[in-house]
Design a protein around this ligand. Sequence first.
Ligand code: HMG
Length: 390
Amino acid sequence: MEIGIDKIGFYTPHQYVDMNNLAVARNVEPEKFTIGIGQEEMALAPITQDSVTLAANAALQIISEEDKKAIDFVIFGTESGIDHSKSGAVYVHKLLGLKPQARAIEVKQACYGATAAIQMAKGHVALHPESKVLVLGSDIARYGLNTSGEATQGAGAVALLIGANPGILALENEDVYLTNDIMDFWRPIYSEQAFVDGKFSNEQYILFFQKVWEQYKEKTGLQLADFEAICYHLPYTKMGLKALRTVIDEAEEQDKERLLENYKTSTQYNRRVGNIYTGSLYLSFLSLIEQQERLKAGSRIGFFSYGSGAVGEFFTGVLQPNYQAHLNTEQHAKLFSSREELSVEQYEEIFSNTLPTDGSTIELDVKQDPAPICLAGITDNKRQYINKLD
Ligand code: HMG
């Protein structure tokens, strides 16, 4: 039985900053951000979007009435959760109107969370082939205004429906993984913003990739030539390229060209969104399959997942016959084209407008936010969500 990705949904907030303008405001050359970091635009979450609403809006696109009957497990990967106790999955479960006979949990290991969720989902479907599992990777990346990480912020979510006989990608079973306790990026419970040792995190990302790639080759005997493309966790789009370049000389010229071209295609959406932590690797995969018309069913795709702290994994999947019929390319083009550009001043104001943390009540204006599912306020320390489509 094949198990894998049946559908993919994606959501990013309706507003963004142009990286050229941010560079000018920060007194750096625009090429540092657009070429050196590899980002063109950076999505910004309004106060009416949090990790729960972003995830629910991503899932809303893909869940049919039939899926609702089959989903008996919701796994929410995030590192910008809204509660230390209750999982974001329970809120999304309600907002989507899923059946009560379901498990709902949150998993955390930095950007690796959604990968852990997919592997858990795969095991669940292997035992219960009639089940479908909704995996969510949803985050808001915040380093702070005028910080070195500022250009690598972003906001968005990816929703993946995992099931038997999948429409898009069948997962293979030769995954390899690695854990090592390091302090490259972390966010203590009391802090709204992440702490990062930027250069060290880059080095560790590359080292983890090299180690899992070696492990994979040893385990399977496969080579770069066996891959149509390799998708990377993309904290910024230059990062995966740096890792790929360290192994690319193992390939013949035509394989090199294909892998580099497909890498570029796999970064198109991420260049316009920024880092969405748990969802970034899957946004990159979505970018590849929606934007690279030359891809063929039967092609093997590699996935490098990295979550600071750190856990890395390399796993693979095979594109399924007629996978294109399961994509929402036009809807995603519309999502991008309907976004509103913010000036740097507007971005700074919205960024600084955060929710109260002292238990006070707040009512938010959801009319300004075109998303169907929004945060409408906080009452009695409880977040109030609305689905405008209900
Ligand atoms: P920085 O100090 O601002 O930038 O930090 P830099 O000086 O290293 O320059 C960046 C690149 O721009 C360099 O290229 C420069 O040469 C180039 P590189 O040598 O690296 O290839 N550059 C230019 N290029 C063209 N024209 C110019 C120009 N000027 C300079 N005029 C850094 C950059 C990414 C470190 C910082 O933004 C940061 O700390 N970001 C956050 C951490 C991060 O994203 N780490 C990535 C690996 S860890 C990870 O992926 C996990 C994560 O997603 C979290 C999780 O798991 O939850 C972050």
